[in-house]
Design a protein around this ligand. Structure first.
Ligand code: ATP
Length: 529
């Protein structure tokens, strides 16, 4: 028996639909409340209920060792080869629709959905069907069912060639009847070529205010699985290349990168700061002979930047490495690491990338192996040829970076490249000056789709030169004494870089806002949930 799965693709006027939804939910709530007055839903039905003991609300699961244990099957594994099998599924009730003596349910696990049906029959009572149709959306249910083949295909479900013919249904955890957003609405395609206007959209604040619900959409499930993949690939790639993972303090006594964008926190009778980067600690680990280190951790920036790419707290993927003669040993190691990450994402997360692509219009990410390296002056020349002048000692503005990204893509067909040899004037005090050109430095940025994702350089490992450069930048030497002291007892030449995890995921997937790739984003206007 098949019927198009519930109104997954329904379009309509947003307010009207929400009102209708709210009314429906209110009614369902009243019914649920009525039922909840008894300990067990079955007590509501008369003695002749043939389905007695086959449906209701389970007692609160409190890890009772005497509870019945069942084997559950994952929705993603359901297919016509299993037709005829009786199995148990624990899933969310995505949608439910009553139709005469039947109820049609869509069950959801992550991005997978399957249709489940209840028909009044010799073994399924009217009361049971009614009970099922009153279960609130997003509730977690246990369902016992026989898997049946569906020749015509179930529209709107990922498992199209099967459906579940339900023999038992139990509510494990009920959802409140009023949802602040509908998962179907939050999952709708947001592509420019869609017939927008008609589509119900959920705005970003509503999503972020109700992030627990918003995160249940297939695209969000995929984004955060891929994000975990970025961290795993970062760790694995560097570990394979002999790096050691370290953990650096987040509470620090002096602002690590100058005082402007630092959060002050009270610390017993005094105050402390939240680390703006693990920079100084990574370097101290090098001075302590760890040779190659990386760290994954929170980075705090007290910048009132309300842009699509700035957060006040983000996850830094940082690395630092000793080298023998030239910082390019490190720069190329980092480039090679990115290639490994991009390859890993492409090969291991094709499904996730495709799911995100169903909601957001995204061009696949392109990269070269080995990656493209351009000098800062090459970049300036390309920009000049396109009519944008950048002075030899100026930093690139954000629009210039984006334009250069487009020019590089057109010329070299890559969304990733490295820009080497930045002007000394635009880099932090600890950046090693170029030995051949006093106006340049041994530093680099790396870009994805024309936006910066890494900043790095050879660091000054000589305490005298470091003090001189700090003075030149007007930094109070006393405040950074412990940093400078770290290099007093001999330190290998070293270079490294800092990467923003959320930016990498945003730009790899071609998303338009960093809040989409931070599970619980922090920005100047949001510190909840
Ligand atoms: P931008 O110029 O884009 O503000 P930045 O020069 O301040 O960045 P760095 O301090 O060099 O960046 O930090 C290294 C990396 O950390 C950046 O390339 C970026 O990927 C990430 N990053 C920096 N600031 C933020 C932020 N506020 N939110 C999210 N990621 C950030």
């Amino acid at each position: 028996m098949s019927e198009p799965a519930a109104d997954v693709n329904e379009k309509g006027d947003s307010k009207k639909a929400q009102k209708k939804e709210a009314k429906k939910a209110e009614k369902a709530a009243k019914r649920a409340e009525h039922r909840a007055n008894t300990d067990n839903a079955q007590e509501n039905v008369n003695e002749e209920d043939v389905s007695q003991g086959k449906y209701g609300t389970l007692p609160l699961i409190r890890s009772d060792t005497n509870a019945v244990k069942r084997d559950f099957t994952y929705i993603k594994t359901l297919n016509k080869n299993l037709a005829g099998k009786v199995l148990w599924v624990r899933a969310r009730l995505h949608t439910v629709r009553a139709r005469g003596k039947q109820s049609f349910i869509v069950l959801r696990q992550h991005e997978y959905t399957v249709q489940a049906i209840l028909n009044v029959s010799e073994t399924v009572s009217k009361a049971m069907v009614k009970f099922s149709s009153n279960i609130t959306k997003e509730s977690i249910v246990d369902v016992e069912a026989q898997l049946a083949k569906v020749e015509a295909g179930v529209a709107g479900c990922t498992q199209q060639d099967v459906e579940l013919v339900v023999s038992q249904i139990w509510v494990v955890s009920a959802s409140a009847p009023q949802l602040p957003l509908q998962i179907e609405d939050a999952s709708r395609p947001e592509k420019a070529d869609d017939a927008e206007g008609l589509n119900i959209r959920v705005n970003q604040d509503t999503r972020l205010d109700n992030r627990v619900l918003d995160l249940r959409t297939p695209a969000n499930q995929a984004i955060f699985r891929l994000e975990a993949g970025v961290c795993r690939l970062f760790r694995d790639t560097l570990t394979e290349r002999g790096f050691t993972e370290i953990h650096t303090p987040k509470i620090i006594s002096a602002a690590s990168e100058g005082g402007a964008n630092v959060f002050t926190v009270s610390y017993f009778k005094g105050s402390a700061y939240l680390a703006q980067s693990p920079q100084l600690y990574k370097q101290m680990a090098i001075a302590a002979d760890f040779e190659k280190v990386f760290t994954v951790g929170a980075v705090f920036r007290a910048e009132d930047s309300n842009t699509h790419r700035h957060l006040t707290e983000f996850v830094g993927l940082d690395l630092e490495m000793a080298f023998k003669y030239h910082y390019h040993e490190v720069m190329l190691t980092i480039g090679d690491m990115f290639t490994a990450i991009f390859r890993g994402l492409r090969d291991q997360f094709a499904r996730e990338i495709a799911i995100v692509g169903q909601q957001f219009a995204v061009e696949p990410f392109t990269f070269l192996d080995p990656p493209l390296v351009l000098s800062y002056d090459d970049g300036r020349a390309m920009l000049a040829a396109a009519g944008v002048e950048v002075g030899p000692e100026d930093d690139l503005s954000t629009p210039a970076e984006k334009l250069l990204g487009r020019l590089v893509k057109a010329k070299f067909d890559t969304d990733f490249y490295m820009l080497d040899k930045y002007p000394l004037a635009v880099r932090p005090f600890y950046t090693m000056p170029d030995p051949n050109d006093p106006k340049k430095s041994n530093s680099y940025d790396m870009f994805m789709r024309g936006e910066e994702i890494l900043s790095g350089a050879q660091r000054i490992h000589d305490p005298e030169l470091l003090s001189e450069r700090a003075k030149h930048h007007g930094i109070d030497l006393q405040k950074i004494a412990s940093y400078i002291d770290a290099f007093k007892y001999g330190c290998p030449p070293h270079a490294g870089g800092g990467i923003g995890m959320e930016r990498v995921v945003m730009l790899y997937l071609g998303l338009d806002n960093i809040r989409k790739t931070s599970m619980f984003p922090r920005d100047p206007k949001r510190i909840t949930p």
